[in-house]
Design a protein around this ligand. Structure first.
Ligand code: BTN
Length: 334
């Protein structure tokens, strides 16, 4: 209960204006003592809240932590994260935790976020390096009315949402099929969608999103350093992590709705923002290597590559640009 009151108080104070204790208490239907207690709890959680004698409280700064009270007040009604939020200082992987919550019946749109991951996972069994307190590592529990073959839609929504959030913080990015976001030549974020499904229906999907936000280069292992970047590095200044997460979740919710109602519209946007299309690529899938021109994406998000032997439909693999941005990322751990 105190936690819900804290969230309510954080919502009221989110506009930065001064609100009296009596006004907050009335709005939330709690006592002034309960408001006072919640303000103290928020301060302990790192919120800077000014108390002006006889006037009330005003939020000066949220903490640099991705707690529910710092992010959810900035979300539109019904956005992912408003139905459930779990924050951890450290987790092995937010995807693993979100899958467990989903099995226990967590509502659609529940978000799991961690300040650090000790076993962050990337696609194809890779590690996603997740140093503490600077990046964004979150997973969303979804129950989409889609077939497993349509799951790439969800990955695309994740990538578009990251790109929107980066743009809102002054950074232009491009997507590398199927799940990476690049700023210039280096990877800024990755998406990992994992499913529990039968042949023709997804039961639950976990969309895991990892973004290097304020991550300093030195936080990455040496081999990753040359391949990874961060919003901070690309923008030239540190950015507000709760603000990045709020922008990302608001955008993800909107893209998800569009993916169910107008997927061609999503695909148009993905095509426009993908750096691989129209370029010479090398697709590596295990020991299979394919070379040709990345021509188009189809309705299931698969990549069509024009090779000397004809057009090939690619559903899995790593794409390297022949001599351009993203080249080399196939072997990157980040
Ligand atoms: C990739 O680069 O191949 C995908 C990276 C996905 C990383 C995110 S971080 C949050 C979520 N939890 C994980 O273990 N992985 C995803």
């Amino acid at each position: 209960m105190p936690q819900r009151t804290s969230l309510g108080v954080a919502r009221v104070l989110h506009d930065g204006a001064v609100h009296s204790g009596a006004e907050i208490a009335r709005a939330l239907g709690v006592s002034r003592a309960a408001v006072h207690k919640s303000v103290e709890a928020l301060r302990r959680a790192g919120f800077t809240i000014r108390a002006a004698a006889g006037e009330g409280y005003a939020l000066q700064a949220p903490p640099d932590r991705l707690v529910e009270e710092a992010v959810v007040p900035a979300l539109p009604a019904g956005a992912f994260g408003t139905a459930g939020w779990e924050h951890h200082d450290v987790l092995d992987s937010t995807n693993t935790r979100a899958a467990a919550l989903a099995r226990e019946g967590a509502p659609h749109g529940t978000v799991v976020v961690a300040e650090e991951q000790t076993a962050g996972r990337g696609r194809r069994g890779r590690t996603f390096v997740s140093p503490p307190g600077t990046g964004v590592y979150l997973s969303v529990v979804l129950r989409p009315p889609l077939r497993p073959t349509q799951a790439t839609r969800l990955t695309f929504c994740g990538a578009l949402a990251v790109m929107d959030a980066a743009r809102a913080h002054g950074v232009e990015t491009r997507m590398k099929w199927p799940n990476d976001v690049f700023a210039g030549e280096r990877k800024l974020a990755g998406i990992l969608t994992e499913l529990s499904a039968d042949m023709d229906r997804i039961h639950q999907a976990i969309v895991g999103i990892g973004v290097n936000v304020n991550t300093p280069a030195r936080a990455f292992p040496r081999d990753v350093r040359a391949l990874a970047t961060s919003v901070r590095e690309a923008a030239g200044h540190a950015v507000d992590r709760p603000g990045v997460v709020a922008a990302l979740l608001a955008s993800l919710t909107a893209w998800y709705t569009m993916a169910l109602t107008d997927f061609p519209g999503v695909l148009r946007e993905v095509r426009a923002r993908t750096l691989t299309l129209g370029r010479n690529v090398r697709v590596v899938d295990g020991t299979q290597v394919l070379e040709g021109v990345a021509e188009d994406l189809d309705d299931d998000g698969a990549l069509w590559v024009g090779t000397e032997a004809g057009r090939v439909r690619v559903v899995a693999g790593d794409v390297e640009l022949a001599g351009g941005a993203g080249g080399g990322s196939a072997r990157a751990r980040q």
